[in-house]
Design a protein around this ligand. Structure first.
Ligand code: DGL
Length: 251
């Protein structure tokens, strides 16, 4: 039997959990969010890999065998580095690229963290499948602002308006939501950019994953910070499943 984990720097990966549970609400999920260190998107590759290694070691001790890396930043940090762990890892970039390929887009915009954009992992793969005209937008602040959404709604909207201007000016019709945190504000994206079609790596990762052979069970959340953010986020995403939260985990 396989035991599943989903990891992210914070709450963003819950958007992958939501999609997984739509496919099978019975599967047991062990979620790790490193909320005390979020955002990872402004870290170096070495820092990201070190945090990620600690998270995976923790989960391995819990018996986890398979892990969805529900974070574009961590996924970009491990792609092409030969990084492996005793836990089998599934990155979020590949299913997104597969979707762009399926749609045969020669032109697309992507919004992601600083690290994800700077790593060029999306860029290389998109260009290789013929998506030659790319608008790459890096945000150093959105993920952290979304962690405390209620206090930051206005600043978030202002920042999105800047991206909207670039998207409109360049005549882009498709936007890759290249950070799982952005799923929390998808209604703002849709309101501000009604003409844009969104490519959603969070949904695509969940749908590309074969859930057969997974242990059934509860939804266990491990976080390095307090649990309040999770209670609120699960309500926002309308995730209903028997829940156990362990907070202030030290890794
Ligand atoms: N949710 C993450 C991603 O998909 C990371 C955000 C961050 O920690 O900067 O990239």
């Amino acid at each position: 039997m396989k035991k599943l984990a989903v990891i992210d720097s914070g709450i963003g990966g819950l958007s992958v959990v939501r999609e997984l549970l739509k496919l099978d609400n019975e599967i047991g999920i062990n979620y790790f969010g490193d909320n005390i260190r979020v955002p990872y998107g402004n870290m170096s590759r070495e820092e990201i890999l070190s945090c990620m290694g600690n998270i995976l070691d923790f989960l391995y001790k819990k018996g986890v065998t398979d892990c969805l890396v529900a974070c574009n930043t961590m996924s970009s940090a491990i792609l092409n580095t030969g990084y492996t762990h005793k836990i089998k890892l599934y990155n979020i970039v590949t299913p997104a690229i597969d979707e762009v390929k399926r749609l045969r887009l020669s032109k697309a915009a992507i919004l992601a963290t600083k690290f994800t954009i700077a790593s060029k992992e999306y860029e290389k793969r998109l260009k290789a499948i013929g998506t030659d005209e790319l608008l790459e937008m890096a945000s150093a602040s959105l993920a952290a602002l979304i962690e405390n959404f209620d206090d930051n709604r206005d600043i978030i909207e202002e920042e999105l308006l800047d991206y909207k201007r670039l998207i409109d000016e360049g005549g882009y019709k498709n936007l890759i939501l290249g950070c799982t945190h952005y799923e929390f504000i998808d209604s703002i994206f849709k309101d501000l950019m009604p003409e844009v079609e969104f490519i959603r790596p969070a949904k695509l990762l969940a749908e590309s994953f074969d859930t057969s052979g997974l242990e059934k069970g509860d939804f266990n959340i491990y976080t390095t910070k307090g649990q309040e953010t999770y209670i609120k986020s699960l309500r926002t995403l309308d995730i209903k499943k028997k829940l156990n939260i362990q907070d202030y985990i030290e890794i």
